[in-house]
Design a protein around this ligand. Structure first.
Ligand SMILES: NC(=O)c1ccc[n+]([C@@H]2O[C@H](COP(=O)([O-])OP(=O)(O)OC[C@H]3O[C@@H](n4cnc5c(N)ncnc54)[C@H](OP(=O)(O)O)[C@@H]3O)[C@@H](O)[C@H]2O)c1
Length: 364
């Protein structure tokens, strides 16, 4: 059965979701949302560098809802405009259209999301008999699929650490990632969103709790911490230009505490080029990025994930992989029970239709 899909947004992630939907033998693109006169009215294929599809981009949300698609892949920027995004997602859910999303990163682990977000979405799912699934690479894969798979190799666990160690220099996302992480700020500037009290925990506390639940552990406390590194000389990269004395690297952690010990940690080290924070943890083998889980215990496990091989930039790889996490889940989300879904509610096997000849494969 072909699944009828609307792609909502054609940004960093959306353009890759759109390509994958168009190429998929199991999915039929029936609508695409874009905002702004440069994109509205243009063919979906044109917007993602492919051939014409006959599907024309619109900013008319009601018209897209009226298509009664099986699923919408929602990748529109949501964290900076949560109420608008909430209204758009609810409109689809109430109409019976399922939603597979990368946006609203607080919903990767819906049981741990705040009530203002969880409750209206759960009610919309109930009204429409539909389901919502949010995932990505981090938060997402690195904090759920990766550690849950690694734990199946263990006989005992002392500590589990998940790390994203990534050079964001080539990431073209100054407006959101740049601003929210505080790159380019000077000491004494306003605290960036990510480091306001409770924000790290609202995003990475969910995966800490999911791992704790998997271990059958009741945590005493969840702690968050962060640190910044100031450029010693000017750094210019795709993300932005950073003057000396301004933030060129950040690191942070959200940790689950049991009996006074940090037993689960979700950590990030994000730098702008390899000139930044050379003394902080680095990816292995001279690479520019890694999503890694390290479990101390018996036998001890380390899994390093590198997205973007054969010339595909690691940041581009992360964005493509994020799109894939949503698009690959679409058939399972359509079949799932109504309600808010987490990774453990869906089958791990989501790869049907992915095998291609290299000349037709997505290369970034
Ligand atoms: N969990 C993960 O690993 C992960 C990784 C990356 C991103 N994400 C999440 O995925 C989402 C998309 O990320 P992204 O990097 O693709 O974001 P982005 O490029 O900053 O924005 C995506 C698109 O959202 C639409 N948009 C932005 N502001 C809008 C507004 N005011 N009104 C209507 N539409 C608006 C635009 O779509 P059009 O250009 O089509 O108009 C824009 O291109 C974000 O919520 C992000 O947090 C998650």
């Amino acid at each position: 059965m072909t699944v009828r899909v609307v792609q909502f947004s054609t940004g960093n992630v959306g353009v890759h979701a759109l390509r994958q939907i168009i190429e998929s033998p199991h999915l039929e693109l029936v609508g695409v949302h874009a905002s702004g006169p440069a994109k509205v009215g243009r063919d979906a294929g044109e917007l993602c560098g492919m051939g014409l599809t006959g599907v024309i981009a619109t900013d008319d949300v009601a018209a897209l809802v009226a298509l009664r698609a099986d699923c919408v892949v929602y990748t529109s920027q949501a964290e900076t405009r949560p109420q608008d995004a909430l209204a758009e997602i609810i409109a689809f859910l109430e109409a019976g259209t399922n939603v597979a999303a990368t946006s609203m990163v607080w919903l990767v682990h819906p049981a741990h999301a705040e009530a203002w977000l969880r409750e209206p979405l759960a009610e919309a799912c109930a009204r429409g008999g539909s389901s919502l699934y949010v995932n990505g690479i981090d938060p997402g894969f690195s904090g759920d699929t990766l550690p849950l798979a690694a734990l199946t190799l263990c006989q005992s666990v002392e500590r589990l650490v998940v790390q994203e160690v990534f050079d964001y220099g080539t990431y073209d996302d100054a407006d959101f990632t740049g601003v929210s992480f505080g790159f380019g700020l000077a000491p004494g500037d306003e605290t960036p969103t990510l480091f306001l009290p409770g924000v790290l925990t609202s995003i990475w506390g969910g995966p800490v709790k999911v791992v704790a639940e998997s271990l059958g552990v009741v945590l005493d406390e969840i702690r968050e911490s962060h640190d910044t590194w100031l450029a010693t000389e000017a750094i210019s990269c795709t993300m932005m230009h950073v003057d000396p004395g301004h933030v060129a690297a950040v690191r942070f952690a959200v940790e689950g505490i049991k009996d006074g010990r940090s037993v689960i940690a979700m950590e990030h080290v994000n730098r702008l080029t390899d000139a930044a924070a050379p003394e902080w943890p680095q990816p292995p083998e001279g690479r520019l990025g890694v999503h890694r889980v390290v479990i101390t215990g018996s036998p001890g496990v380390e899994i390093n994930t590198h997205v973007g091989l054969d010339g595909v930039d690691h940041n581009q790889g992360g964005v493509i992989a994020t799109a894939a996490r949503a698009v690959n889940a679409v058939p399972a989300v359509v079949r799932a029970r109504p309600g808010l879904l987490a990774v453990r509610d869906l089958p791990a096997d989501q790869a049907s239709g992915l095998l291609r000849h290299r000349s037709s494969a997505q290369s970034g």
